[in-house]
Design a protein around this ligand. Structure first.
Ligand SMILES: *Cc1c(COP(=O)(O)O)cnc(C)c1O
Length: 424
């Protein structure tokens, strides 16, 4: 077959874009060569509907071993009792859980999208807001943090079947124990979606949701630094959320329900090439090297937040406990999130515009930006580099109409990034 230059030239171009720029999108990271290598293999050829040992197709002996390895490593990494590594993405993991534990029309209680939640937590444009009856809690205006008394009030009023915690743009620790008390009080299931901070949770740098939440979902490609994908987990400390009568069989029965939510509920054949890459990434996340990395991610975020505040930026909640922060640009005059994003991309600094709590602008414009340190830390950047990055962002935003200034920043960024090569 002739080489498809058209496609591979574009991939090369994207490779250069990633090498040359500063990547601050909080949900992005750079997977290792071996993670990518596993994805580009013959495993993509294999159909394996079902689970290891119980497949609907023949010839699954090898992929069974691969998927079992992924499951065992995931359990070890998170201290989970049960996992399903098949969800194609974080959104698919959430869809599978909701299909398994809810009936259409059931009430769910999620974290408000405009306060940092995710589309799959009940947004009206998403399946979760169309098939179920969504209700929301948010952060307090004064603190920028979740007020659990307020969550309890809403839960008592709305009587949700499922309470969802976890977010895409919330920089603070969650009180899973308190949320579980609230869930028990109103007879709801509690799900934590740790798509963002999964890597920090896995290595003990944030509280463990598996201790208190019935179900935990995650992506594998954000702080976890694996292939693009999702996963569902359970711990062993839960009551009898499905009203099943056999205490000993609880874990198995609940897991069977969740397994069926993935397949046949919401997916067809699992992506075994991606599952192999997940196994590789989980193996990496168990190493001392990854531990050093994830500690540095957190340190870098703290330094970055501090520097933003020193420069007069309003960091929501006044700091961060994890790898990301949300910045309200309204303290800096009239710059919108959209304008900031567009100006920074000209300087090869990639961030995303983001709604801030109580935003007065639309999701397409926004008053804020979200930044995270997972990707730049993978490149080897340290605390002093974070300060430099904030200074560069500030220079662009302070000179948002000055094309020459922005070009100077871009040239600096491109030559600076040569010191932090990604895929040599
Ligand atoms: C990123 C994210 C998801 C969705 O993950 P995809 O892989 O993009 O589908 C779900 N929940 C939260 C909280 C997220 O941040």
């Amino acid at each position: 077959m002739q080489r498809d230059h058209k496609v591979f030239d574009l991939i090369q171009k994207e490779n250069e874009r990633q090498e040359n720029g500063i990547e601050l999108i909080a949900s992005e990271n750079f997977a290792s060569r071996q993670v990518m290598e596993a994805m580009g293999t013959v495993l993509t050829n294999k159909y394996a509907e079902g689970l290891p040992g119980r497949r609907y197709y023949g010839g699954c002996e090898v992929v069974d071993e691969i998927e079992d390895l992924a499951r065992e490593r995931a359990k070890e990494l998170f201290g989970a009792s049960w996992v399903n590594v098949q969800p194609h993405s974080g959104a698919q993991a959430n869809a599978a859980v909701m299909l398994a534990v809810l009936k259409p029309g059931d009430t769910i209680l999620g974290f408000d999208l405009s306060h940092g939640g995710h589309l799959t937590h009940g947004s009206p444009v998403n399946f979760s807001g169309k098939l179920y009856r969504p209700s929301f809690y948010g952060v307090e205006k004064e603190t920028g943090m979740v007020n659990y008394d307020h969550v309890e009030e809403i839960a008592k009023k709305e009587k949700p079947r499922l309470i969802i915690c976890g977010a895409s743009a919330y920089s603070r620790e969650w009180d899973y124990e308190r949320l579980r008390e609230i869930a028990d009080e109103v007879d709801a299931l509690l799900m934590a979606d740790i798509a963002h901070p999964a890597g920090l949770i896995a290595r003990g740098l944030l509280d463990d949701p598996l201790e208190f939440c019935h179900i935990v979902t995650t992506t594998t490609h954000k702080t976890l630094r694996g292939p693009r994908g999702g996963m569902i987990m359970m711990g062993d400390d839960f009551d009898n959320p499905f009203g099943l009568k056999t205490p000993k069989g609880n874990i198995r029965k609940m897991s069977a329900l969740l397994d069926s939510g993935v397949f046949p509920g919401t997916q067809g054949g699992p992506l075994e090439h991606v599952i192999a890459a997940k196994a590789v990434a989980f193996g990496e996340a168990l190493t001392d090297e990854y531990m050093d990395y994830i500690i540095q991610v957190k340190k870098n975020a703290a330094v970055m937040a501090k520097r933003f505040m020193e420069k007069g930026y309003d960091v929501i909640s006044g700091g961060t406990d994890n790898h990301l922060m949300l910045i309200d640009l309204r303290s800096k005059g009239e710059i919108t999130g959209k304008e900031a994003e567009n100006a920074l991309i000209k300087a090869d600094v990639t961030i995303n515009k983001n709604m801030v709590p109580f935003d007065t602008r639309s999701p397409f414009v926004t008053s804020g930006i979200r930044v995270g340190t997972a990707a730049v830390t993978t490149r080897g950047m340290k605390e002093s580099d974070m300060e430099k990055i904030v200074d560069l962002i500030d220079e662009v935003l302070a000179n948002i109409d000055n094309e020459d200034k922005i070009r100077d920043v871009k040239e600096f960024v491109n030559s600076w990034m040569k010191k932090f090569p990604l895929y040599k």
